[in-house]
Design a protein around this ligand. Structure first.
Ligand code: KG4
Ligand code: ZN
Length: 335
């Protein structure tokens, strides 16, 4: 079964063709980052406009790269939540148009479920149940993946998402948006013990809080500036990366133990972070847990992961109709 998948929830317009869930025939991502960079973050109205301009070309390219036409496509899957509402609507309406014109099933995909599904493309042997840590620009969740389509959140951030904390700390350090990758690169030559950063506590056992940590970085940089002192940015980046990676890893491993999982996975844009990948891998090995991490190219937003999750939604009979709506927020366990 060949699914054409569309993703437009934030600042990437993406289309992919995925066969039987796990075989990616093509995947095209048009990023808008260079334009949003000018404003230090994603400007929703600009994102919607660029999606409108790019979506047809990106979809044509995905079909062409797969050596197919729309007549070869069996279903169309689209991210309909969560994300920027105007951006989501572009993808949803485009997908509806294709489904109606070609009389093929329309499948709605939750963006976070898509991120988790990136692991199925990377790892042929991965099947639910397992526990997943989803870390992106908008989300930080510990999720029980009970089946391909039934997921349950057991912990989440109470303020900033991990990626948001990376981007805001990066801005204070003088890096362009999105700064996660720049902190990652800078941390490679830094001394992680040079700066001591706080690890904010939370009420919920498996919840996270990054706002205090982000503020600590901003204050450290501002105070140094006022005193005319130099900040060793590489060491601050290393310290920040290890603090975030340790906070995420400690709670995630504790949750996996509590709920009895020895199969765990990582997903989302921040899953590309080299420090997090290494700290979590080491802990998982020590605990005798099998860890699955998506290949770097599938960590950030893409449509291949949406096509993969779309396939499993289809098998479950989760087919949408022309009343399909887009939602800026949506709980993971809701269809
Ligand atoms: O999943 P994603 O592409 O979009 C959302 O659904 O939010 O995640 C984007 C986030 C951004 O905050 C970006 O800075 C972060 O992922 N990110 C990273 C790295 N690569 C991307 N954060 C830390 N280290 C990286 N290497
Ligand atoms: Zn995402």
């Amino acid at each position: 079964m060949k699914i054409l998948a569309i993703e437009s929830s934030c600042d990437e317009t993406a289309a992919a063709v995925v066969e039987n869930g796990r075989t990616v025939l093509s995947s095209v991502v048009a990023t808008q980052i260079d334009e949003h960079k000018l404003y230090g973050g994603v400007v929703p109205e600009i994102a919607s406009r660029r999606h409108c301009e790019n979506i047809t070309g990106v979809t044509d390219e995905a079909l062409k790269n797969a050596g197919l036409t729309l007549d070869d496509i069996d279903a169309v899957a689209v991210t309909n939540a969560p994300g920027l509402i105007g951006a989501l609507f572009v993808g949803v309406n485009f997908a509806k148009g294709i489904a109606a014109a070609k009389n093929i099933p329309l499948i709605a995909v939750h963006h976070i479920k898509g991120h988790i599904a990136a692991n199925y493309i990377t790892h042929a042997d991965l099947e639910p149940p397992y526990m997943c840590l989803v870390v992106s620009g908008g989300h930080t969740h510990i999720v029980k993946v009970n089946s391909y389509t039934e997921l349950e959140t057991v912990g989440r951030t109470t303020d900033d998402a991990a990626g948001e904390a990376f981007d805001k700390a990066a801005r204070a350090m003088g890096f362009d948006y999105p700064g996660g990758i720049h902190i990652d690169n800078a941390s490679k030559t830094g001394d992680k013990t040079k700066y001591k950063l706080p690890r904010p506590a939370t009420k919920g056992e498996y919840d996270f809080s990054f706002s205090g940590l982000k503020t600590a970085v901003i204050n450290l940089v501002h105070n140094a500036k006022q005193k005319g002192e130099e900040v060793d940015i590489n060491s601050l980046a290393a310290s920040f990366s290890y603090t975030v990676a340790d906070m995420l890893t400690d709670k995630f491993i504790a949750a996996a133990k509590e709920y009895g999982y020895n199969k765990i996975a990582l997903a989302g844009g921040v899953a590309a972070n080299s420090v997090l990948r290494s700290v979590l891998s080491q802990r998982a090995e020590k605990e005798g847990m099998k860890l699955y991490i998506p290949t770097i190219s599938l960590c950030g937003d893409n449509a291949a992961m949406i096509g993969c999750q779309g396939y499993y939604e289809y098998l479950e009979g989760n087919i949408a109709d022309m009343s399909l709506n887009a939602y800026a927020t949506k709980k993971l366990h809701m269809l």
